[in-house]
Design a protein around this ligand. Structure first.
Ligand code: AMP
Length: 546
């Protein structure tokens, strides 16, 4: 027997209508590149999203058609987010930090017809001219198209118009279609540090369920009175769902634009009363160092921070908590999981742990949100013991987990029995908390045992002279592989190899301690701000440990 409840579809347009109708008092503040700010309300965002949908409809954009963006976090990007998906087309956010070759591949794979480009990224767009797929006929400038030179090859290649002209004169209401909630709403490509990037195609349903989950207290904890600032870019897995979560909660939002340096972020937090923000560890680590450089730099009201994308160094977590009274929520996720899968919120079993004990525990990636199921299997396909030491590959399933890649007939990541193989090697402890030991392809195999490169990196980041660190496996005649530690020292510091390696003593098993350390000026980074291990492995391909 079926229940007798209304079957309204879960649609992105419903978020927009809800926010506009019920949360007209909230503000969407966008920071411009010159430091000035522009303010909108949810009803204004909704009106402009409707105008955009009218303009695109008149241009023949149909349901399911892909519309790309190369843009920072600001209100026009938000309007494109809501307008494109709500009308039934597919929002395809592209990371402007990718190489031109990768962007070209992605645009062609997605078959985008329109590209919305932030005026500050026109150079990137120009560099793509030769690589734009034939179906891409229009570039819409978020800002003024006049900033693109009259003789730009991009103008010869396609129509270039600006966003405001596109919107001008269009009606401010759109009769949003009653789509199937399983219809595609947005598309995001994995970073593709090895092999070609793969497209993850989200649906309205998956986006809403994920957004409702991240609003919850044990995730981003967003209420209508909050002012949230997604520092994580809107091109990086939909800014972890925050643009949608903010609409559901009806809160205010601060969109920081392209300036993500610590001083600009601090100013926004203070002047706009930001209560919560989310970003990758490098952002918060840079903010912490900047704050420490001047004792007068203190928050009037410390915001809550969420971090994910790579492991949260305990030293950063401890610094914020002990010196600035800021709690950081450590989350795990990936593009294929919309992205959030787990968080490290407290449980009754560890609610009374003291600060230091919990800080040490918070390096782990937490427990699944409701809606995400996890299983961890060893290389023989057996479920591992939940003892915090056995490890295996994490598999997930749930209504916001990908079931296939866009445009690909099959992929080994999908098990065939409904689970997605994450490629993350994890342990699970007695409380059900996962800890990422490594990416399956980065784990170091020494004498038949596994060494976690991530643990070695996390430990050494606690050394007072270390700014950045990476550990990779290099060849060894007896042990197959041994860890090599690469260290970027803090400015003005020149630590010795011995002091660095001695720092590991008592913190990891003796045989895990790297045999060699190499000091470097910088580490190669991926477009999503992670250390590019594949590139490092190529660089040190011929290095032998012994
Ligand atoms: P992406 O799809 O680019 O967001 O990358 C997803 C991958 O980032 C995951 O599979 C993990 O390997 C890594 N990752 C995400 N969050 C964390 C975290 N909190 N700690 C360690 N690694 C993480």
């Amino acid at each position: 027997m079926l229940g007798l409840m209304q079957d309204r579809p879960l649609l992105i347009s419903a978020i927009l209508e809800h926010a506009a109708r019920n949360h007209f008092g909230a503000k969407i503040v966008s920071a411009r590149p010159d430091g000035s700010r522009v303010r909108h309300t949810w009803p204004q965002i909704a009106a402009r999203a409707a105008q955009l949908a009218h303009a695109l409809t008149k241009r023949g954009v149909s349901q399911g058609e892909r519309i790309a963006t190369l843009a920072w976090n600001e209100h026009r990007h938000l309007e494109v987010y809501y307008g494109v998906s709500s009308m039934g087309a597919v929002l395809h956010t592209v990371n402007p930090r990718l190489f031109a070759e990768q962007i070209g591949f992605i645009l062609a794979d997605a078959q985008d017809t329109h590209l919305f480009v932030d005026a500050t990224l026109l150079k990137v767009a120009e560099g793509l001219t030769e690589r734009l797929p034939p179906c891409l006929k229009t570039v819409v400038v978020l800002g003024t198209a006049a900033e693109l030179p009259a003789d730009s090859p991009l103008r010869a290649r396609c129509e270039v118009i600006d966003h405001e002209s596109l919107l001008a004169g269009q009606p401010e209401r759109f009769d949003w279609p009653d789509l199937d909630e399983r219809a595609a709403s947005s598309l995001c490509y994995t970073s593709g540090t090895t092999g070609d990037p793969k497209g993850v195609l989200y649906s309205h349903r998956s986006t809403l369920l994920h957004a409702m989950a991240v609003v919850q207290p044990d995730c981003f904890n967003i209420r209508a009175v909050d002012v949230v600032m997604p520092v994580v870019p809107m091109f990086h897995v939909n800014a972890w769902g925050m643009p949608y979560a903010a609409g559901i909660a009806g809160c205010s939002m601060v969109l920081p634009g392209p300036r993500l340096d610590p001083a600009s972020l601090f100013q926004l937090i203070e002047e706009e009363g930001v209560t919560g923000s989310a970003g990758v560890p490098t952002i918060w680590s840079a903010l912490l160092q900047w704050l420490r450089a001047d004792p007068t730099r203190k928050f009037a009201r410390p915001p809550r921070l969420a971090v994910g994308g790579t492991a949260l160094p305990t030293a950063v977590n401890a610094g914020f908590l002990k010196e600035y009274g800021i709690e950081i929520l450590h989350a795990w996720g990936m593009t294929e999981v919309s992205p959030v899968g787990s968080t490290g919120a407290r449980l009754p079993q560890n609610a009374d742990w003291d600060e230091d004990r919990f800080l040490d525990y918070a390096r782990k990636q937490g427990r699944p949100l409701f809606g995400v199921e996890m299983r961890v299997r060893d290389d023989k396909g057996q479920d591992i013991a939940h003892d915090g030491t056995a490890f295996g590959e994490l598999e997930v399933r749930g209504p916001w987990v990908a079931s296939a890649y866009f445009n690909r007939a099959s992929d080994d990541a999908f098990t065939g029995d409904g689970w997605f193989r994450t490629g993350d090697v994890v342990t699970v402890d007695e409380l059900g908390c996962i800890e990422i030991v490594d990416r399956a392809k980065d784990v170091i195999k020494s004498g038949g045992e596994w060494i976690s490169s991530i643990t070695l990196e996390n430990v050494i980041l606690g050394h007072p002279d270390v700014a950045q660190a990476a550990v990779i496996g290099i060849r060894h005649s007896k042990w197959d592989e041994r860890p090599l530690l690469l260290v970027v020292p803090k400015e003005g510091r020149t630590p010795g190899a011995e002091s660095i390696l001695r720092f590991y003593e008592g913190k990891v098993a003796k045989w895990w301690i790297p045999d060699q350390v190499e000091f470097v000026d910088k580490l190669p980074m991926t477009a999503t701000g992670k250390i590019w291990k594949a590139e490092l492995k190529t660089q040190y391909r011929d290095r032998v440990a012994g």
